[in-house]
Design a protein around this ligand. Structure first.
Ligand SMILES: Cc1cc2nc3c(=O)[nH]c(=O)nc-3n(C[C@H](O)[C@H](O)[C@H](O)COP(=O)(O)OP(=O)(O)OC[C@H]3O[C@@H](n4cnc5c(N)ncnc54)[C@H](O)[C@@H]3O)c2cc1C
Length: 536
């Protein structure tokens, strides 16, 4: 008998671009062949980096957290935030791979968003949520472009989308105040015109990535009425030419459940100089392009965490023995992992359906139906995938047994970080109400039904029942919406309505994917996953 105590081999992440049947088969099915050839090199490179050096760095960086230094040695208030090593590396990589540049460069036209988010999908789970500032940066560029403000576009957009690390800026999105993150109309920050220039006074309660060089924010111009309509959108540069904060104090960093590498700060705006973007009212409308972009990042992040967790769990199952066999050979454990595969495949397909539509919209390729679909898919995808991420990652933690609960395995952080996805960028309830209260909901539902029907129309014979169930799901949700006029009953049912639509579209996308793949192992897996998801 061996005298050496047993040591369990640690799990390794998969090289998602090569090893994940879903990513591989989806890119092969959806992308134009030229583009596939063109981007395969960089996707493969980033995928190997994510599974190798970045994973190691993330483990090594585990105990580091950002710190806030209020004062320098001589008594000057500096409010400097020191970032963690992996975050510094992540910024360099993000710039090198053009994670905010790609949608602006548009090398692949309407497919540029897919290109960008395929890279984001690989980058996200091993970079400690550095995707948070990237999402806001990408969103700010889009919002400024939509604003038509030539001066601000010329000043900020080249920096937000730069491929030069010395030029690159990130942006914050300062909306939430202590009065409300959902009910932003309750914001108390005041904008005052002083000598012809706007200055902001108030408190922003959650400002992630507080190291950003600029931010888009909401404030109420003095004299404006209450509510969201009385707010305006402002552009703020956080530091002056000498590097000092511009009428801003960083009061403290939040002590959070997760996303602990993200420096989320409470800020006091004490006369911060600001530039009005657009009109002096309806700022909540002006900032909407930002929210669409950040909700797309959120949806991709949800799918990315889930697929990454699945890769780790599958690898562990092959290494871990119990009751005389690898976990991967135990029928019930296999079943558990297959359920997670199906859930995370559904999240991935919905997130990328959203991203595809966004790319086509930015390319001016969407007809009215497509635009209506994009408007409803934005809250649906964010809400559905956010919930799936938190629930799915929790199940993944269990798949590691006790090891999944032990911090230095690098596994628990997944759960803590995934838990933010249903909260920020609109909670599940708030997104559900947004959807249900849309004036154009009927057009959106029609477009959604058409997309579901399109996904199901050439269903493989093994997926006929799944296809019928997807169409029925949308019809049932629509019938509820049409039959329910009582305000309270509508609000109370909004979440079930939204998630029903989300899951029905996911099922249709799974059916479509499985039915469209060429015969082979990936098609067989996709069909199995669609059947499994339908049975859930
Ligand atoms: C880590 C982290 C980072 C963040 N970073 C930023 C940032 O950079 N910028 C920024 O602006 N914000 C940021 N936020 C704030 C975030 O967007 C808000 O926390 C979120 O929008 C919810 O707002 P709230 O906290 O005020 O909760 P509340 O609005 O008080 O909501 C509490 C609960 O009530 C529910 N609820 C609210 N209204 C209704 C209703 N009418 N019907 C049914 N249910 C309702 C919500 O769903 C939620 O479950 C961040 C949050 C976190 C956790």
């Amino acid at each position: 008998m061996s005298t050496h105590p047993f040591v369990q081999a640690a799990p390794r992440p998969w090289d998602a671009f090569h090893d994940d049947w879903l990513l591989r088969s989806w890119l092969a099915r959806r992308l134009p062949p030229d583009m596939q050839r063109e981007i395969a090199g960089e996707l493969g490179e980033l995928s190997a980096l994510a599974a190798g050096r970045l994973w190691e760095l993330q483990l090594a960086d585990r105990a580091n957290e950002p710190t806030l230094v209020h004062w320098d040695a001589w008594g000057n208030r500096v409010d400097r935030i020191e970032l963690t090593p992996l975050w510094r590396e992540a910024e360099q990589l993000a710039v090198r791979y053009g994670l905010t540049a790609l949608p602006q460069e548009r090398r692949h036209g309407a497919w540029s968003r897919v290109h960008q988010f395929a890279l984001v999908h690989l980058f996200h789970p091993v970079t400690d949520v550095y995707t948070c500032p990237l999402a806001m940066t990408d969103g700010a560029a889009r919002t400024l472009i939509a604003s038509g403000s030539r001066e601000l576009i010329a000043r900020a957009v080249p920096r937000l989308t730069s491929r030069d690390p010395h030029e690159f800026w990130t942006s914050g999105q300062w909306m939430t105040e202590s009065t409300g993150g959902s009910d932003v109309g309750a914001s108390q920050t005041v904008a005052r015109l002083e000598d012809g220039n706007w200055r902001l006074y108030g408190k922003k309660w959650f400002t992630s990535a507080a190291t950003s060089q600029m931010a888009l924010t909401l404030a109420r111009p003095e004299g404006n009425g209450v509510g969201g309509a009385g707010l305006a959108m402002f552009y703020v540069e956080t530091r002056d030419a000498s590097g000092r904060l511009n009428g801003i104090r960083v009061e403290r960093l939040k002590d959070k459940l997760g996303t602990r590498k993200v420096p989320t700060a409470e800020l006091t705006l004490d006369g911060a100089p600001a530039t009005l973007v657009g009109g002096t009212t309806h700022g909540t409308r002006a900032i909407e392009p930002m929210l669409r972009v950040t909700r797309a990042w959120n949806s991709v992040a949800a799918a990315s965490f889930l697929r990454h967790g699945l890769g780790l769990a599958r690898d562990y199952a092959a290494r871990r023995q119990a009751f005389g066999a690898a976990l991967a050979k135990q029928p019930l454990h296999r079943e558990t992992l297959d359920d997670l595969d199906a859930q995370s495949a559904a999240a991935f397909l919905l997130a990328f359906c959203f991203v595809e539509l966004m790319g086509r919209d930015e390319g001016g390729e969407l007809d009215e139906n497509g635009a209506a679909l994009l408007r409803v898919i934005t809250p649906i995808a964010k809400a559905t995938t956010g919930k799936q991420a938190a629930a799915g990652v929790s199940e993944m933690i269990e798949a590691f047994g006790g090891a999944g609960y032990v911090e230095d395995t690098g596994i628990p952080v997944l759960l803590r970080d995934a838990q933010v996805l249903p909260i920020w960028e609109g909670t599940t309830n708030v997104l559900s109400l947004d959807l249900l209260l849309r004036a154009d909901l009927d057009a959106g539902l029609e477009a959604l039904r058409a997309r579901v029907a399109q996904g199901c129309k050439d269903a493989d014979p093994q997926l006929k029942a799944a296809a019928e169930s997807a169409v029925k799901g949308v019809d049932r949700a629509t019938a509820w919406h049409k039959a329910t006029s009582d305000r309270d009953a509508r609000q109370a049912g909004a979440r079930i309505f939204t998630l029903k639509l989300g899951r029905s579209l996911q099922l249709a996308l799974l059916v479509e994917h499985g039915s469209a793949l060429a015969p082979g192992a990936d098609r067989a897996t996709a069909i199995r996953m669609a059947q499994r998801f339908a049975a859930d």
